[in-house]
Design a protein around this ligand. Structure first.
Ligand code: BTN
Length: 319
């Protein structure tokens, strides 16, 4: 496919046969097969073939021109239960860091806190990236913040709009969630076997495609920006954004992405409640620290760190 994409103009059947090392009849057959798969190829053998449009699909062929980093091993599926599950199986079988699992649809997409992730076909991005960070297990939650900031940066590049991050890693546009990040790992006490960073981005889902109960709090880039997103190009941006930040995080820690994370944070200065493993804490958000923990000041002035939990805004609280 790249040969036709990069040609920039028509390529004759003869030239294609030469480049592909096959007969002109074989070229004709290949064009027919590509057309059946949704590629719009204009022209005929004598006048030359031009690639006019590629199908809106996240397969290896459609993604290849958009993958600019080192992570290029893509396992693409029409339907899976959860890309997290597939990536975990690949990880256990020894797949290397940077292996990517993408699906057009998930039948059991997973969110944080055991929730479901709404995953209709052909509209959004559902991907899981296998990582093998040389970190202690306690540092792994920071990867969720790194993934959140990468998704926010990719949205800025794609749309020019300014998303907000709600700690630890929800990305919102116009106050509604468009990205969810789920980081899972397998480890021993002191050694991480693998991490699966799962990212779901609502790209071209119209509002009507969301279940009624989600419509008040979830949205998509299409709904907010009013224009369809090239899903393959966006996937390329997101993976490049994540690979760059993950590389910095591994060599210099979360502090290397903290300022960028803070620049997107919508919580700093606001009154919140955090429901965490040790109960509920209320306070005003001061920011995040160099470990990605949320820093809050309670009504009595005590400063507390929260490493895990779900935040809700608490308008009634004033300090
Ligand atoms: C959240 O609850 O905010 C996290 C949602 C994470 C969804 C993504 S979609 C790709 C990957 N596969 C899953 O089953 N979940 C994650």
């Amino acid at each position: 496919m790249t040969w036709l994409r990069e040609a920039g103009g028509p390529l004759s059947g003869e030239e294609l046969a030469r480049r592909l090392g096959c007969s002109r009849a074989a070229v004709w057959k290949r064009m027919a097969s590509l057309r059946r798969r949704g590629y719009r190829i204009e022209g005929r053998p004598a006048g030359g073939y031009t690639l006019a449009a590629v199908p809106d699909r996240l397969g290896p062929a459609e993604l290849a021109p958009h993958l600019t980093g080192r992570w290029r091993r893509v396992h693409a599926f029409d339907e899976v239960d959860s890309t997290q599950q597939v990536a975990r199986d690949l990880a256990r079988a020894g797949a290397p860091e940077g292996t990517i699992v993408i699906a057009e649809r998930q039948t059991a997409g997973r969110g944080r806190f055991g929730r479901q992730w709404h995953s209709p076909p052909g509209l959004n991005l559902y991907c899981s990236i296998l990582l093998r960070p040389p970190l202690a297990p306690g540092a792994v939650p920071q990867i969720a913040l790194v993934a959140g900031v990468a998704a926010a940066a990719a949205i800025v590049e794609e749309t020019g709009a300014r998303p907000a991050i709600k700690w630890p890693n929800d990305v919102l546009l116009a106050g509604k969630k468009v990205v969810g990040v789920l980081v899972e790992m397998e480890s021993e006490m002191e050694r991480v076997h693998h991490v699966i960073a799962g990212i779901g981005v609502n790209l071209n889902a119209p509002l009507a495609s969301f279940p009624r109960e989600l419509r008040a709090k979830a949205s998509s880039l299409l709904v907010v920006g009013g224009r369809r997103v090239d899903r393959a190009a966006f996937t390329g941006r997101l993976l490049a954004a994540l690979e760059a930040r993950y590389g910095r995080f591994l060599s210099a820690g979360f502090s290397s992405v903290r300022a960028e994370w803070e620049s997107f944070s919508c919580l700093t200065g606001t009154a919140v409640r955090v429901a965490g493993p040790e109960g509920e804490i209320a306070g005003r958000v001061l920011g995040v620290d160099d470990d990605g923990a949320l820093r809050l000041v309670e009504a009595g002035g005590r400063v507390v760190r929260v490493v895990a939990g779900e935040v809700t805004l608490r308008n009634a609280y004033r300090r």
